[in-house]
Ligand binder design. Structure first.
Ligand code: MG
Length: 333
């Protein structure tokens, strides 16, 4: 079996072969193919930039892999500011001995995810480190997007009276990774929701530029993300337990494992907070998209407990949902 060797990251002949035969094959475009020291980009107006490093374990999981995730995750962060993601950079840190077929599968998957999202990888870097110095492969991506709304959504803009929407079932990614890692099997297998949300976000913001907040509830899940927003905007986020979309298999898996789906990572979900008068229109736009069929209005923004997230149970009881304490699941993304 062909494996990645140390000199594939040396910058010499082997590196050049890897670039030509693998990276350009799957990721090539007019910018990347020039192979200069840096990429020359033409960007207009305000830009949105985000960077993230992906260390997910396992590197292949139901519904995705580390390559697709490295594209989706950064594309989504860039899009949350009301931007069209255009360019990505990617840096690989590879453990010596990684099967070449695994690397090829990951890079091919990145290429497909980038095409689907309409972004181009314009520059990259590869390092190979001795066996044991890193676990299989880590990938860093930085994304650049053009902001197309006059007033970009921000965690600081949630206002009392706003509705809180989510585009579908929560907790899928976290549970899929955990189940695969621990070798657990459920009656209905759970797949990661990992997907690029930029096309749906663009349609939403083109129709409703008045959106106040967009944020993807990744690590720490819905509860942690809402806490961030409640803190930034100094408002109360009140959510209703029975309106939060959770797949039965995810809630079943969570009760079995003693986990709360509200704290599980998502990789294809976003929260949309906007004036209540636009909530119905936003839900219709989301539900008309494959990534938003199960969109729901899950709560409202208030002012009783500034900086707090309040969960209201079906019987009318309430409890405070804190930010995630410690690391529930390391290497989830
Ligand atoms: Mg984010």
């Amino acid at each position: 079996m062909e494996r990645v060797l140390l000199d594939y990251g040396s910058g010499g002949k082997a590196s050049h072969r890897l670039i030509g035969e693998l990276f350009l094959k799957y990721l090539g475009n007019a910018y990347l193919n020039r192979l200069d020291d840096a990429a020359l980009l033409d960007i207009h107006g305000p830009i949105s930039v985000s960077t993230d490093t992906f260390t997910v374990d396992p590197i292949f999981f139901p519904g995705g892999d580390i390559g697709a995730l490295a594209v989706h995750g950064t594309v989504n962060d860039v899009a949350m500011l009301g931007a069209r993601p255009r360019f990505l950079t990617c840096g690989f840190i590879i453990e010596e001995g990684l099967p070449m077929a695994d690397l090829e599968r990951i890079v091919a998957s990145m290429g497909q995810a980038a095409r689907d999202a309409g972004v181009m990888v314009v520059t990259g870097d590869t390092k190979v480190v001795p066996k044991g110095m890193v676990d299989k492969i880590f990938i860093n991506t930085t994304g650049i997007g053009e902001v197309f709304v006059p007033k970009p959504p921000s965690g600081h803009r949630a206002a009392p009276g706003d509705a809180i929407l989510v585009n579908g079932f929560i907790g899928d990614h976290g549970l899929a990774i955990l189940a695969q890692r621990e070798g657990l099997t459920f009656d209905a297998p759970v797949c990661s929701d990992c997907a690029s949300l930029n096309h749906l976000i663009a349609r939403l913001l083109e129709a409703i530029p008045e959106v106040h907040v967009l944020r993807d509830p990744t690590r720490g899940g819905l509860a942690t993300t809402l806490n961030e927003i409640a803190g930034q905007s100094q408002v109360e986020c009140r959510i209703f337990e029975d309106r939060i979309p959770v797949r039965p298999e995810v809630s079943g898996g969570c009760s079995f494992l003693g986990l709360d789906p509200l704290y599980l990572a998502n990789e294809g979900k976003f929260l949309c907070i906007l004036p209540e008068q636009y909530a119905q229109q936003a839900l219709e736009i989301m539900r008309s998209d494959p990534l938003g069929h199960h969109a729901a209005c899950i709560g409202i923004v208030g002012q009783d407990h500034p900086g707090k997230v309040v969960l209201q149970t079906p019987l009318g009881g309430t409890r405070l949902m804190d930010m995630l304490e410690g690391e529930q699941l390391p290497r989830i993304c």
